[in-house]
Design a protein around this ligand. Structure first.
Ligand SMILES: CC(C)(COP(=O)(O)OP(=O)(O)OC[C@H]1O[C@@H](n2cnc3c(N)ncnc32)[C@H](O)[C@@H]1OP(=O)(O)O)[C@@H](O)C(=O)NCCC(=O)NCCS
Length: 324
């Protein structure tokens, strides 16, 4: 028995922050950002928007596409590292907002792998008896960015993507999902403050510990290596080769990472869905946003082999192969 994605949905805030806007904020240039990252613009929440607001909008679209009512949901999982607040979970806020009266709800933090990790849980829960699970990747990365740090502020954006997972009928569906973690490299990408190690205080704010810190260069190398490994693992597990893949939906961090992965796998970049030029790195939201775009545009069709691969802080990395 397998699970499958019954419907996808996405939402990004209206406000666009271009590279030209960033040129006025930090010592950077449009050409540097495009050349080093491939990013041209990103979306940023409005003042009255938090993570659950984006998540709710993506969720409602995914439910409509799946033809499932919120009241039919058994479980809501929100993959995020930028929830509305530490307590309660953003998933519970979404549960209330969409009226999913009988659904259990929790958040999952696996950074940029949050969506694939959450999808793995949905897959397992459906296989063990739940009927409908809503999986959302939603982030307000702008809330944890130091807008005076050019090393990080050019990279990230806000948004949400969602899928409804239910039982598959035939041979289609989620073929497998593979998850990995390695705390050995936890210092590569981190937000050190605001948790139990360094609770928020005047000192932590002065030290800017509430913002993302990243060792970009080292992260880049690990990202390429883990993404390649993750793809090879899921293909080998399912007895497929890279030529069998119709559409690749990777986590969107940097176009140079995607090009390097494609080159190592000997996979044509044209079969890779890319949204980072318009949305930047939206962390856990990047894969479901790209997935929804590819489905809506007809790029993913029934019967296609769809490959997902992600990496992120933790470190975490993950992959999945889906027969659509
Ligand atoms: C961050 C990243 C774009 C930087 O690109 P890079 O080619 O590695 O650049 P470097 O870090 O080597 O920096 C090169 C120079 O550009 C400068 N620079 C950094 N950010 C800049 C910016 N926004 N504008 C202009 N110059 C910048 C650096 O200060 C450095 O200057 P120096 O040589 O005088 O010290 C790249 O390393 C990256 O994408 N890493 C992975 C990040 C990632 O994926 N994070 C999320 C994981 S989910």
């Amino acid at each position: 028995m397998r699970s499958r994605i019954l419907g996808t949905g996405a939402y990004v805030p209206d406000r666009i922050l271009t590279n030209a806007d960033l040129e006025k904020m930090v010592d950077t240039s449009d050409s540097w950002i495009i050349e080093r990252t491939g990013i041209r613009e990103r979306r940023i929440v409005g003042q009255d928007q938090a993570c659950s607001d984006l998540a709710m909008k993506a969720a409602e679209k995914a439910l409509a596409k799946a033809g499932v009512l919120a009241s039919q949901l058994d479980l809501i999982i929100v993959g995020t590292c930028t929830g509305d607040s530490p307590l309660p979970s953003t998933a519970c806020l979404v549960q209330q907002k969409i009226g999913a009266t009988r659904a259990a709800a929790f958040d999952l933090n696996a950074a940029c792998c949050g969506f694939v990790y959450s999808l793995a849980l949905a897959d397992a829960y459906v296989k063990t008896g739940l009927q409908y699970v809503l999986v959302i990747g939603a982030e307000v990365m702008s809330s944890i960015i130091d807008w005076t740090d050019r090393n990080t502020c050019v990279l990230f954006g806000d948004g949400a993507g969602a899928v409804v997972v239910g039982k598959a009928e035939g041979d289609d569906g989620i073929l497998s999902i593979h998850l990995h973690g390695d705390g050995e490299h936890s210092e590569l990408i981190q937000v050190p403050g605001g948790g139990s190690r360094f609770p928020a205080s005047e000192q932590t704010l002065n030290d800017k510990l509430q913002f993302v810190q990243m060792k970009g260069n080292e992260t880049f190398k690990v990202a390429v290596k883990t993404m390649e490994e993750a793809v090879r693992e899921v293909l080998t597990f399912n007895g497929h080769s890279i030529e069998d893949v119709d559409v690749f939906v990777p986590h969107q961090a940097n176009i140079r990472i995607l090009k390097a992965v494609a080159q190592r796998l000997k996979f044509p970049l044209e079969k890779t869905v890319i949204n980072l030029d318009r949305l930047g790195n939206t962390s856990a939201a990047s894969i479901p946003l790209a997935l929804d775009e590819a489905v809506a545009s007809g790029r993913i069709r029934c019967g296609d082999y769809v490959l997902l691969a992600a990496f992120g802080a933790g470190l975490t990395w993950a992959s999945s192969l889906i027969r659509w």
